[in-house]
Design a protein around this ligand. Sequence first.
Ligand code: 1CP
Length: 348
Amino acid sequence: MGEASLDLTERFLRSCRGEAVDRAPVWLMRQAGRYLPEYRAVREGLSFLDFCRDVEKAVEVSLQPLDLVGTEAVIVFSDIFVPVPAMGVELDFAPGPVIAEPIRSAAQVEALRVPEPRETVPYVFEILRTLRAELEGRKVPLLGFAGAPFTLAAYLVEGRGSRDFPQLRRMMREAPEVLRALLEKLTALVVAHLEAQVEAGAHAVQLFDTWAGLLGPEEYREWVHPSHREIAAKLPRDRAPLILYVKGAPHLFDFTVESGADVVSVDWRIDLAEAARRAEGRVSLQGNLDPGLLWAPPELIAERVMAMRQAGRAARGHVLNLGHGVLPGTPVEGVRAFTAAARAEAPA
Ligand code: 1CP
């Protein structure tokens, strides 16, 4: 098979596995969301969790970025907190997750269930199955995802998003066994949730560890790295490659390369060429444009995307993306300039 005749799914999966491709594929984290007027129109009048449960609407907003902004993969519309209420945690979105009774004690952790997501959030898998059928003809890859145990625990302990997560860091020191028990339950949930997504048709899955970059290397080695390795080891990665994203983590890059993931998604705080060198062909890379660049003129966006494509060629495989999600208020034109430059004919 000639590399020039690759369909979008083959190009994506080959890039994840470090096999030869004609050019790097492109998608954007948080590509479905508030920056799109078409998303806001469908979202109107529903609570966020009800929206995530509405199969028809979730399918519609998952697909929107394909034609509206020219992305080359679809991520299922859901949230990292969707499987969590069934553990016995009351939460709401305002707009980020807010936990009614933050988890601070051994008794609270003890009381948490490890639910079977196929039973408690069956709609997630129905959305995936519907998307997979819709995308079959266009050969577009479908991504599933989960929040990593540390990031889920960060919100559960703190009660909501935070810059420094002081309650979480206090628990690490004052009640490490409580946090460890919480991470164990969350790890089991994440494995079950990702496995079920692969079974429902996800071609690849991404693990989001947005807050693990808060930690220094010693704490990361103890509190985060083992859960990534366990998740990677338990997933059927031959069926669906695993992408690991840790935000703000140039100092932890070597750990992520050793996580067992197929792809490491990096943000703009690390030089992509340097990341490629340090990866030494062990993983593919994803990223890493600063989402703030999408406010720049299209010529500058194109220039930066070309530089990113060039730097990515030193990696075993590269998936073009931002270094974090599309920011609210981002001009749709900037997103289109990004995908257009990513898809342009590769320079000889
Ligand atoms: O009102 C709205 O429309 C809600 C905004 C919103 C959206 C669009 C939330 C609440 N979640 C989502 C969808 C979502 N979240 C997706 C699927 C869409 C896509 O990627 O195209 C994904 C992958 C997520 C992942 C997510 N949720 C992460 C990890 C990635 C990241 O961006 O760092 C995290 C940390 C969350 C928690 C969360 N949920 C929602 C918000 C606003 C937040 C973060 C904010 C906070 O910390 O307060």
